[in-house]
Design a protein around this ligand. Structure first.
Ligand code: HEC
Length: 163
């Protein structure tokens, strides 16, 4: 009986070890501290104002698109989150700039504008170019679009979805 328990114990320990390694891998290159937000201008404002009702872990890496995030931010306003207009701009720029994803073959012009930091007219030209080309297959295809800053594309490449 003792031996069975010992075996079960060993199996459980091994399982826990495997499970936690898997969890670490699943988090990939996520910041070491759980729930820590990526560096970026505005992080302090987000940390202060977005932790008033729930943990900052609500913001941690997820595949929310630019559109999803804009909607989530509006939802937080409707839940009573309070900030000045300038703070809302800072919060939105930080979240879109550091956390939001973009479906490059489905995304709307305003999502391109926000993520790639180009003006609305340039973003519309990118979408028109995409339609003309029959979509973007690679990062380089996107970099060739008119008005796109290749360095910015590289900076956000982990959040660009081609499927
Ligand atoms: C006034 C309180 C309040 C503040 C301040 C607040 N939230 Fe929330 N947040 C909520 C509530 C309520 C929910 C939904 C209930 C829950 O899941 O706990 C929520 C849920 C969320 C979710 C999960 C939504 C989902 O679709 O699952 C995210 C992401 C989020 N908040 C982000 C933010 C961000 C970013 C800020 C800062 C701009 C913020 N919250 C500030 C109240 C707040």
């Amino acid at each position: 009986m003792t031996r069975v328990r010992a075996l079960l114990g060993a199996a459980a320990t091994a399982w826990i070890a495997v499970a936690s390694v898997a969890a670490l891998h699943a988090r990939g290159a996520a910041p070491a501290a759980q729930g820590a937000l990526p560096d970026g201008e505005g992080r302090a404002v987000v940390e202060k104002l977005c932790s008033a009702c729930h943990g900052l872990d609500y913001l941690s890496p997820s595949r929310r698109t630019v559109r999803n995030w804009l909607e989530t931010i509006d939802l937080m306003k409707s839940f009573g989150a309070e900030a000045t207009d300038e703070q809302w701009r800072t919060i939105t720029d930080y979240i879109v700039g550091t956390l939001a994803y973009l479906h490059v073959n489905k995304g709307a012009a305003d999502e391109f504008a926000r993520l790639l930091r180009i003006d609305d007219k340039a973003a519309e030209a990118v979408v028109a170019y995409r339609e003309k080309q029959g979509g973007f297959k690679t990062l380089d295809d996107l970099k060739k679009a008119p008005g796109v800053d290749a360095a910015r594309v590289d900076a956000v490449k982990d959040r660009l979805m081609f499927e």
